[in-house]
Design a protein. Structure first.
Length: 111
């Protein structure tokens, strides 16, 4: 598997950096975008693919596994006890709901 720095996601964010003339904070974690509680009750901060604080803009790159079943990604059961594909859909919806409620413009790209 290619490293994150050589991924399609990195390529697209690099293009956005060039177009915007800014450098995104990659895998940025906001204190208000939280995952489900684990066994200890702790909730991990969920990363966003790119954040441009100067613009208040968040970008999420959606690869295939965000829109269709992909056995390689979906075969695992998460700590929450649900299949990874279902968990991803829940988190994708949470991502949009939370970021929009905090009035941050967001963009998600699908490939």
């Amino acid at each position: 598997m290619a490293s994150r720095s050589r991924s399609d996601e990195a390529y697209v964010i690099d293009l956005c950096d060039r177009i915007l003339g800014l450098k995104a904070h990659r895998q940025w974690r906001f204190p208000f975008l939280l995952g489900d509680p684990g066994r200890s009750g702790r909730r991990a901060r969920l990363p966003v693919d790119a954040y441009y604080p100067e613009l208040g803009l968040v970008m999420e790159y959606h690869e295939r596994q965000h829109d269709e079943p992909v056995p390689f990604f979906d075969r695992r059961i998460t700590a929450a006890g649900i299949p990874r594909g279902e968990h991803r859909r829940i988190y994708d919806e949470r991502w949009l709901t939370v970021l929009r409620s905090d009035r941050l413009p967001s963009s998600s790209g699908r490939c």
